[in-house]
Design a protein around this ligand. Structure first.
Ligand code: HSE
Length: 330
């Protein structure tokens, strides 16, 4: 903590999610009543206009300045994509600095390794924002997996495709609907990742890791996106009393994990038919607690920043617990 007791944050990236985090931090968001101070925001281009404008005095293009400043208590990674995010996150963990990441591509690809590095350097890696936006689904999975046996996990877990399918139900063409999803900041830099089910497969890898303790390579998941779904398919689904949704699901089957992502005709009374636009819905089936459904806002600046704030809270709480334990044992 800083000399005034503030938690000092180094933020990597200032796109849709990063700027949402900066906004929350610059508006005096306290965590567990501890003030939080935004020290640096790493960007590639200093001259680009940013919102909030007050973020400008925190911008830097020098990653070493952010990663090597001993005053920084926690790194929040909102760059997205595999590299250079993977390098930066691993460097921070190796310095013993806790990292919060919103990056499902990174966690799906390197989560197992980065978790091991975090353990080795006795620090923390948190990534609630990588799956389900504001919905605390990873937290819930950890909780259920520790106390029960998870039999299956799945859901409508990609906001862009859900937004597109919802807009197509309202009469838009796929191209118009994709442009609409991009303009509201749900789509990945390359929307193909959403439309082809890559984003959903990466998120499913993370869900599977927490549910079943196995890091499945995301590109081994049987996957089909929504590019082949036509307005006629959507009309036909409606006539059958169903709705087309991109569903990701995984279950244990005879010692293996069966995982798929694909467009599915969902009956209207099923929880997966309910999410509209950027909403996501998750269903977790457990041996003892039965089925649990959780739904809410799955993407966008505010929703994703909210998940990062929750992780900041956890990082601070675990730091407080560690230091109070150290005081007790001193
Ligand atoms: N592109 C992602 C989606 C963003 O549409 O769900 C949130 O993870």
């Amino acid at each position: 903590l800083d000399t005034d007791g503030a938690l000092v944050v180094g933020l990597l990236g200032c796109g849709v999610v990063g700027s949402g985090v900066a906004d929350r931090l610059l508006h005096g968001f306290p965590v567990c009543s501890t003030p939080v101070r935004l020290a640096y925001v790493l960007v590639r281009d200093l001259s680009r206009p940013r919102s909030p404008t007050s973020v400008h005095s925190h911008l830097t293009t020098l990653v070493d300045q952010v990663l090597n400043d001993p005053k920084v208590d926690v790194i929040v990674e909102c760059i997205g994509g595999l590299e250079p995010a993977a390098r930066y996150v691993e460097a921070a963990l190796r310095r013993g600095v806790p990292v919060i990441s919103a990056n499902k591509a990174l966690i799906a690809e390197r989560g197992e390794r980065l978790e091991a590095v975090a353990r080795q350097y006795r620090t923390t890696l948190k990534y609630e924002a990588a799956v389900g936006g504001a919905i605390p689904v990873l937290r819930m999975l950890r909780h259920l997996a520790s106390a029960d046996e998870i039999l299956a996990v799945g859901g409508v877990i990609n906001s862009t495709t859900n937004h597109v399918l919802s807009q197509m139900e309202d009469g838009l063409s796929m191209n118009e609907a994709v442009r609409a999803a991009q303009s509201v900041g749900y789509a990945e830099a390359d929307p193909i990742s959403d439309l082809d089910g890559i984003d959903a497969a990466q998120k499913l890898t993370i869900l599977v890791a927490l549910a079943f303790g196995t890091w499945l390579p995301w590109n081994s998941i049987a996957r089909c996106g929504i590019r082949q779904v036509s307005v006629d398919d959507i009309a036909a689904a409606r006539r059958l009393g169903t709705r087309v949704k991109l569903v990701a699901s995984a279950r244990r089957e005879a010692g293996n994990i069966a995982a798929t992502v694909g467009p599915t005709n969902v009956p209207l009374n099923h929880p997966f038919a309910a999410p509209r636009d950027a909403e996501n819905a998750f269903l977790i089936a457990t041996r003892h607690a039965g089925s649990i459904v959780i739904a809410g806002s799955g993407a966008g600046r505010e929703a994703t920043a909210a998940a990062i704030m929750g992780d900041l809270h956890d990082v601070l709480r675990s730091a407080t617990l560690t230091s109070s334990k150290e005081t007790i044992h001193a």
